[in-house]
Design a protein around this ligand. Structure first.
Ligand code: DGI
Ligand code: FE
Ligand code: FE
Length: 190
């Protein structure tokens, strides 16, 4: 277990760089905190948090090559949007290079950027931990951080809405998974 962990940490550091690696460790720790608080499986949530950005390779040429090698299908939305590509590539790298077979962990990596409808517990924890890890300091983060421990669905709803606003202000496309996820949580709240 120890050995395996050290191997994962080393490989991750080399492929995504030290700063992004430190972010990943903070997300892992936030995931563990949230899992303890909400009574979710700690080990699985921790590994999902650690690996969630494993697709953000420093080597940009390698990203395109791996997308081809792994036959990853990019829809129109994801094409040319590296922000969304890293989550899809991350899932395949976790499966093929980090030996992860647990589909819930793989889904947590795949959907961590956009979120989606019907998210599972591990997906929810990783999604929100990425948003609230201690170094995040966008306006409103403190509210979302507190909310994540009281009502995780509500915190995800607010986070999706803040992402949607951010993307509109930037003039970016918005992935339908985010819209659908937001609509579902909004209906649930009523
Ligand atoms: O990988 P991280 O930086 O830790 O965080 P992330 O995976 O949530 O990526 C954040 C970026 O993804 C941020 O620049 C906003 C962007 N993003 C999130 N949802 C969407 C999106 N971009 C587009 N175009 N469409 C989305 O729906
Ligand atoms: Fe990410
Ligand atoms: Fe991240």
């Amino acid at each position: 277990m120890e050995m395996e962990n050290r191997w994962i940490h080393g490989k991750l550091k080399d492929s995504i760089g030290y700063d992004r690696y430190l972010h990943s460790v903070r997300v892992m720790e936030t995931c563990i905190d949230l899992a303890k608080h909400h009574g979710y499986p700690i080990e699985r949530v921790a590994i999902a948090g650690l690996l969630h950005d494993c697709g953000r390779l420093l080597d940009k040429k390698k990203i395109l090559k791996l997308i081809k090698d792994f036959d990853i299908i990019l829809d129109n939305m994801v094409k040319n949007n590296e922000e969304l590509i890293h989550a899809l590539l991350g899932e395949e790298l976790a499966r093929r290079e980090y030996g992860i077979e647990d589909e819930e962990i793989l889904n947590a990596i795949r959907y961590h950027t956009t979120g989606r409808e019907d998210m599972g517990s591990i997906e929810k924890i990783v999604y929100i931990a990425d948003v609230i890890e201690p170094n995040r300091n966008f306006p409103g983060v403190e509210d979302i951080r507190n909310m994540a421990y009281k009502d995780i669905d509500k915190s995800i709803l607010h986070s999706m809405e803040s992402t949607i606003r951010f993307l509109i202000d930037k003039g970016s496309l918005i992935h339908l998974d985010t819209i659908k996820g937001r609509n579902q949580l909004l209906k649930l709240k009523r």
